[in-house]
Design a protein around this ligand. Sequence first.
Ligand code: PLP
Length: 416
Amino acid sequence: MGNEREQGKPMDAGACLVPRKDFPVFENWPDLVYLDNAATTHKPAAVLRRVDEFYRRTYANVHRGVYRLAEEATAAYEEARRQVAEFIGCDDTGELIFTRGTTEGINLVAAVLDSLVQDGDEVLVTALEHHSNLIPWQQLCTRRSLKLKVCPITPDGDLDLDALERMLTPRTRVVAFAMASNALGTVVPAVKVIAAARQAGAVTVVDAAQSVPCMPTAVSELGCDFLVFSGHKMLGPMGIGALYGRREILEKLPPYMTGGEMISTVSWDGAEWAELPHKFEAGTPNAAGAVGLAEAIRYLQGIGMEKIWAHEMDLARKAREVLEGIRGVRVLGCPATYCGIVSFVVSGIHPHDLAQFLARENVAVRAGHLCAQPLLRALGVDAVTRVSFYVYNDYADVEKMAEALEKAIRFFRHDV
Ligand SMILES: Cc1ncc(COP(=O)(O)O)c(C=O)c1O
């Protein structure tokens, strides 16, 4: 199974899902309360070992050499692709393209969809978007004179599905949305959004950066055209991610980048593209990152994705409850379905001051606009403090965060 969990041991409510000793970072930072998992996650020793082993024993460029080492490197890379595809419910490895991460995946899709849109068409995003799933669409709209529409959210931070259905028109070419919000933790009813978008004839793009790490994902059940995510937010290495694209559409689209390895034949006058997925993987790929991501997936599967989501919801619910009990704290949003992300503001304390104070208490949180400036502005704030959980967090982390927060409030505010 590739992880060092203590199999068969009953888990207490609110306990970590894995032993912290699986994560070398906690040996070096034993007192760290790490609550910045929506930004990136730490790596289990199994992933570090797998990447190290790849470089020591199986390293050569992939899809090029005919010597045994190169063949083994290629096999490891392609086996990683198979595992990543399987993890998201995709049974055609030609539909799984390795990227640097979510941002690159969305930029790739927005660039190549250029060939499917016409002036006057519409792109629909939601008010929950991370800048990565907004700016590439803004750019496409500017370049091609398209209209960008933004579906609103309810006061609780849920997507307003009725509004979304009203906003879809025969001109809607693309519906791009985050399946889980990095700011409010909202989990969007993706199946409904995709079904409505498809009925309107739009291409669907799912930003799954925050959802693939913490809940079961099956593109076959979602019915989306594209889905993107990043390895580093799910225990894998930085610099690797994946783009799922439906074969039928990928085959119609032009390549994103051109160069080595994405061609079948080249002459002075032109080139023909390689088969999927290679048409979209120009140049030397991050093969070590891919095998590291596959190992991270093995580790997550050893825990179980349903269990991870339940754990995240439990910690988020606990954090929300504790935070709402502290005078002066306002939690942003109260979505019906959510993952392990909670954002809040404290009256009279700037989120950056708060984060700095918490850092001195060994509590790592994120403060700022969370790469979601339009969303925060719509919620009436410029910046927030965010806590986000993963498999190695527990109730004790929530309590330590709350204690440090109360200390910060006493330090900054003399009226309490
Ligand atoms: C919802 C969402 N989309 C996109 C991204 C961008 O991911 P990356 O920086 O790994 O490309 C993030 C990162 O925080 C995110 O949370």
